[in-house]
Design a protein around this ligand. Structure first.
Ligand SMILES: NC(=O)c1ccc[n+]([C@@H]2O[C@H](COP(=O)([O-])OP(=O)(O)OC[C@H]3O[C@@H](n4cnc5c(N)ncnc54)[C@H](O)[C@@H]3O)[C@@H](O)[C@H]2O)c1
Ligand SMILES: [Zn+2]
Length: 707
């Protein structure tokens, strides 16, 4: 391979060694000697990263980079099998028991999964399986790969007696006390009915996305540090020493495997009680566990396997929890023994991993953005890097504490994450990469737009510009007011708002209803058509439901959900002027901070003046008759969406459905009442038609919703 690894001192700088190793491929190796050298280096470096990841909970490379190193070692060991050592990471589980909890032996080894980022490898997997068992066709199940922390549960005589982490695969940590507080883990299951008196069950503890958002919102409100991502938060929470705190973390357990079962006489009965993985999942579901049953599919065709994997990767955001891939398992349990295990993973399963959502890159600079309520947000300027197929050049740094707590500095190499609909953010700096050229980030004390002194209210994480006529804030408020989720004025993008603002056409929100269209007509880029469309869009916004108006007003701490709650409690927006703090706090999910913020907003003359001006311009500030009457319009109905709608993202549409008493699910089953055809019709359309499920378009959906 023409370059020696010896120059890199592994002990001194595992990061440098990592960088170097990441640039190597197995076919560059020319001799056995080189291979031995490379394998030894890889083992050391992988052990180092295992320690950072499993023990310190503080990885310094992204998962896909780790997997590249791991696969390189596998490749080398494949070509030179005599180089394999029993302590090689390919021969064991990298996680170790920490000593903070008592150790317990698993009833059967709890291993990892073979994995690949390459769909073609699935075809090889299928070929391998068929060859090993000498069959033409094999049936496989396809399950979501839940991105949480693995757990093992033991039930004896129907009672939950022990819960453990995976540990090193043989021994785990006894975390029974922490698992007992999870509502999704039944303390009693009726399994003796199946002739089973002792059973070991496997699954994953995670925090669902919605819960995770809520949890961080609460933590932010209490001034606590934010949890970086659901996976780390779940793994960390399981290891807390205080079960009450564990209970507050909103963890849930999802179960996907029975690994061992015996009858009253101590005889192993798993394979005689269950034929297939599908049956296992169905039984677990019936026993009261949360299972991925809603997303379980099965197929014999390798081609279809690939299709499902591709489809799920595209629809990754629809799952209520984070998934980092798809797990493919042989469906017939009788084949498990025949296929067997390596010391690292079973041969009857493989994980297809989705494209990475993390990457490392360089922090080139930081600028400070003024939000619509005056909040100052530091924004990282990055050396552009591709994450999950999108090039990212900026990311949020949240606030000053976020930067200081993580000690993020200019010129740092940083770990970046972009997960679905979340704004890309910096997870942390990789301090091991610092070479004395980094610089502390200086947080401004004056507003970058208007220059007035910033304040940081007690108990808040952010600095604010409190100048009521700060131009940056005014522009942001207008942009928010016209946005889709708010008053939805089409044709007024961020750039145009800026342009109108600079030209003096649009300084405040009520100006929207008094635009000088003659002037606009003469501006570059505007024609008769666009002006008339703009007029129409402005007109249409006058009749929006008041919850959207409340949201559109940019009241600090009032998001779309809170706006809806507020709207439900009043007739006219101006009623909020006289709502007392106590009144407000009686409402769902409204705490003292939000109540105070609402009061503060309605105490200010200029805000009341603005609402009066809007009313005078014909904007509906009181509920219409229809708005008053509509409630659970979708009660009992279940929807599937294919792609986003014109006016809502898929997330928003689902939320709407749930608020109207309906349900939105990710895949088609007999329970589904309507398929809503969005922007990506895809294969679901045919599936729905096959099953006789009505397909409706957006207009019809909105009608049902009674928007
Ligand atoms: N960034 C780093 O430095 C670093 C270091 C070590 C490990 N890692 C990451 O961790 C991975 C290794 O961890 P791992 O051994 O847990 O492997 P893994 O996370 O790739 O997959 C195995 C695990 O998936 C879980 N799982 C989820 N859904 C499942 C389902 N439906 N059926 C069966 N199992 C399911 C199980 O807990 C199983 O043990 C690496 O591939 C890498 O991505 C990263
Ligand atoms: Zn300002």
């Amino acid at each position: 391979m023409g370059r020696s690894l010896n120059v890199v001192n592994l002990e001194k700088s595992p990061e440098k060694a990592t960088e170097k190793l990441l640039g190597i491929t197995a076919d560059e190796i020319e001799s056995r000697e080189e291979a031995a050298d490379l394998a030894a280096s890889l083992r050391k470096v992988i052990s180092y990263h295992d320690h950072r990841y499993y023990v310190m909970n503080d990885p310094v490379i992204s998962d896909s980079e780790y997997d590249r190193l791991f696969h390189l070692l596998e490749d080398v060991e494949d070509r030179w099998p005599d180089l394999v050592t029993s302590t090689s990471p390919t021969q064991r589980i990298g996680e170790k028991v920490s000593g903070e909890f008592p150790e317990v032996d698993h009833l059967t080894p709890m291993l990892s999964l073979d994995n690949s980022y390459d769909l073609e490898d699935l075809e090889d997997f299928d070929k391998r399986v068929r060859k090993l068992i000498g069959k033409k066709k094999v049936n496989y199940t396809v399950e979501p790969k839940l991105d949480g922390a693995g757990i093992s549960l033991v039930y004896e005589d129907d009672k939950f007696v022990r819960g453990a982490t995976r540990g090193d695969g043989r021994k785990g940590e006894d975390i029974t006390h922490n698992l007992r507080v999870l509502r999704s883990i039944p303390l009693k299951i009726n399994i003796s009915e199946l002739g089973i008196s002792r059973v070991e069950i496997r699954g994953e503890v995670l925090i669902e996305k919605q819960e995770f958002k809520q949890l961080n919102k609460q933590r932010e409100g209490r001034g606590e540090s934010l949890l970086a991502n659901p996976r780390n938060a779940a793994a960390g929470s399981l290891r807390l020493q205080d079960p009450e705190e564990v209970a507050r973390r909103k963890l849930s357990a999802w179960i996907y495997q029975i690994s061992y079962a015996e009858d009253a006489g101590g005889r192993e009965v798993l394979a005689s009680q269950f034929e297939t993985q599908e049956q296992v999942i169905a039984t677990l579901h019936k026993l009261g566990f949360k299972t991925p049953s809603e997303h379980l599919e099965s197929t014999e065709s390798a081609e279809q396997l690939l299709d499902i994997c591709k489809d799920w990767e595209e629809r990754r955001e629809e799952f209520p929890y984070e998934i980092d891939g798809v797990v493919i398992k042989v469906n017939d349990l009788k084949l498990y023994d025949e296929l067997g295990l390596t010391s690292h993973h079973p041969r009857w399963a493989i994980a297809y991993k989705f494209r990475a959502r993390q990457a490392t890159t360089k922090l080139m600079g930081v600028h400070f953005q003024v939000g619509r309520t005056g909040t100052i947000t530091p924004v990282a300027e990055l050396d552009p890097v591709e994450v999950g197929g999108v090039s990212i050049s900026s990311a949020t740094l949240h606030n000053e504490d976020y930067i200081n707590n993580r000690d993020i500095q200019l010129n740092d190499t940083v770990l970046l994450e972009r997960a679905g609909d979340v704004i890309p953010y910096i997870v942390k700096p990789i301090k091991e990469h610092r070479h004395g050229n980094t610089q502390k980030i200086r947080f401004p004390r004056e507003c970058p737009s208007c220059g007035s002194a910033l304040v940081r209210p007690e108990g808040e994480a952010s600095w604010r510009c409190v100048n009521a006529s700060c131009p940056a804030q005014a522009k942001q408020r207008i942009k928010h007011y016209v946005s889709k989720q708010a008053m939805d004025i089409d044709g007024l993008g961020a750039k145009i708002v800026e342009q109108f603002y600079e030209k003096g056409l649009l300084q405040t929100i009520p100006d929207l209803y008094d635009l000088d269209y003659d002037k606009i007509r003469q501006m570059e880029g505007f024609g008769e058509k666009s002006v008339s469309n703009l007029k129409k869009a402005v007109d249409a916004s006058r009749g929006r439901p008041i919850r959207r108006l409340i949201y559109a007003l940019s009241i600090p701490m009032v998001g779309a959900d809170t706006a809806r709650t507020l709207a439900e409690s009043i007739e006219c927006v101006t009623d909020l002027e006289s709502s007392s703090r106590e009144d407000l706090m009686k409402l769902n999910d409204i705490g003292s901070a939000v109540a105070e913020s609402v009061q503060h907003f309605f105490d200010r003359k200029e805000n009341i003046g603005m609402i009066k001006n809007l009313e005078a311009a014909g904007v509906q500030v009181c509920k219409s008759k229809e708005e008053r009457e509509k409630k659970d319009t979708l009660a009992g109905l279940t929807f599937v969406f294919t792609g986003a709608l014109e006016s809502y993202t898929r997330e928003e549409a689902k939320e709407l459905v749930e608020r109207r008493g309906g349900r939105a699910v990710g895949s088609i089953s007999s329970k589904v009442d309507y398929l809503v055809q969005g922007t990506e019709p895809g294969s679901k359309l045919d599936e729905a038609r096959d099953k006789g499920i009505p397909v409706i378009d957006e207009e019809k959906f909105l009608e049902l919703l009674n928007e």
